[in-house]
Design a protein around this ligand. Sequence first.
Ligand code: ITT
Length: 205
Amino acid sequence: MNNIQNSDKRILFIASENIGKIKEFTQLFPKDIFDIISQPKTIKINETGRTFSENARLKATEVANFTNQWAFADDSGLSVNALNGAPGIYSARYARNDDERIARLLKELSLVQDRRAIFTSALCLAAPAGKVLIQVEGICKGLITKEKKGKMGFGYDPIFQVLGTSLTYAEMNPVQKQKLSHRGVAFSLFLQKLDVLLSSNQFMS
Ligand code: ITT
């Protein structure tokens, strides 16, 4: 990562109300570049996009506009093969809370052999006033387990087993999850683009 002085640090709002995501991003972001702050509670964003990328863009630009600071958003979700990609962008709206979302998914798949699913994370960085500077997407392939396994993480973690491993996200420690997860993959692409941005004039404006 570029050599940036502390005095050049920018405030970065994480445009999210999801505590699990905010925790992961706080661990992922290089501490010397941004001071990370959670989205103001007064902002309510309607996720009207048709794709993960559109929704990430919407969240980042609205928070950047509102705060006149840098804003970063993640739109993510679980697309299940046997459900034609559902819940997909509606993953957060699939039921009222994590337990109910998991219960609904396991019920819908109770008689289904094909357990394949893909987790997607779309990330977006917007400059103050809302100009989009970075958009990337990462995925992780896996299988929906028949029951919950593991206690770590958040959301659908206990029922998403990463392809090529015997572990669900919830059985992985944060470092393991970062390495393999949709968000970890997207974030390493994001860091490559951020590095380029840091050397350009746009970061200083
Ligand atoms: P924000 O929009 O405020 O960021 P949200 O929870 O509504 O929070 P999304 O609209 O992106 O976020 O919905 C993502 C859904 O997928 C939500 O139910 C998450 O809990 C779940 N999810 C995303 N990443 C996950 C991960 O790494 N592990 C488990 N579940 C995840």
